[in-house]
Design a protein around this ligand. Structure first.
Ligand code: NAD
Length: 244
């Protein structure tokens, strides 16, 4: 038993980092969890892997249809799949823009659109999107990434409006820096990764990185029927970076 008993959750990018911790947390609280990822690989018992590339509409449609058929509908979507990009506008090529927006923004729209017919059938439908503190804080060397995460905020508010009458809530979480493989890969792109890591920690008022568990707990709250009156919001889980 648990608060998500009887509910089916889809977590995109659920094979690593924040997504994996969220998938585990949802499952531990009773959800049946589908992990959609490029190559889900070996997953914990209780997590169901589905191969999907959020850049490809046919792949998303097929995976979402398979989840709904095999697991019995869809109640919750966590749009977590995302990629990073470093650089100012001068350093970002058109190919960089196309690649990052395709995954971080259009990918989110594709997955949600495919899931909507199933979410409409649910009495506890919730969508949780991953934005970032990069949306609201002018971080150095993050022009493209920040723009993509700002678009996620706007998309969250727009989707919340469009689907509120169908009983579907849409919110997003804006994490500060969370130590995941994503951040390790990101840091290797800097000349001095350790200095960049120290700078990232210092920007958070708490002086430390956010844990994947803290982000997973916030996502679970927004996915849960307990947040039934919360829609069209962004929850900062950022060690105070945005407002302190
Ligand atoms: P991660 O790299 O550890 O995991 C991302 C997952 O997404 C991977 O399993 C990857 O295979 C999957 N993925 C990437 N492209 C995909 C595609 N085209 N189709 C399907 N799956 C794809 O990353 P993370 O740090 O856990 O980040 C997860 C989300 O949280 C991202 O949206 C990221 O922008 C956001 N975020 C992360 C941080 C941080 O500091 N780590 C901070 C704020 C926001």
């Amino acid at each position: 038993t648990g608060e998500f008993q009887g509910l089916v959750a889809v977590v995109t990018g659920g094979a690593s980092g924040i997504g994996l911790n969220t998938a585990r947390e949802l499952a531990s609280r009773g959800a049946t969890v589908a992990v959609l990822d490029l190559a889900p690989g070996e997953l914990d018992e209780g997590l169901h892997g589905f191969q999907a590339d959020v850049r490809d509409r046919a792949s998303v449609d097929a995976a979402i249809a398979a989840v709904a058929t095999e697991l019995g509908g869809i109640d919750i979507v966590v749009n977590n799949a995302g990629i990073s990009a470093i650089g100012s506008v001068e350093e970002s090529t058109d190919e960089d823009w196309a690649r990052v927006l395709d995954v971080n923004v259009t990918g989110m729209a594709r997955v949600t659109a495919a899931a909507l017919p199933h979410l409409r059938q649910s009495s506890h439908a919730a969508v949780v999107n991953l934005s970032s503190i990069a949306a609201l804080n002018g971080l150095p060397q993050r022009a493209l990434y920040s723009a993509s995460k700002g678009a996620v905020l706007a998309l969250t508010f727009a989707m919340a409006t469009d689907h509120v009458r169908d009983g579907i809530r849409v919110n997003c979480v804006s994490p500060g820096t969370v130590h995941t493989p994503f951040v390790d890969r990101f840091l290797t792109q800097f000349e001095d990764p350790e200095a960049e890591m120290a700078a990232l920690n210092a920007r958070q008022a708490t002086g430390r990185m956010v844990s994947t568990q803290e982000v997973a707990d916030a996502i679970c709250y927004l996915a849960s029927p307990r947040s039934g009156s919360t829609t069209g919001t962004a929850l900062d889980v950022d060690g105070g970076m945005t407002h302190l």
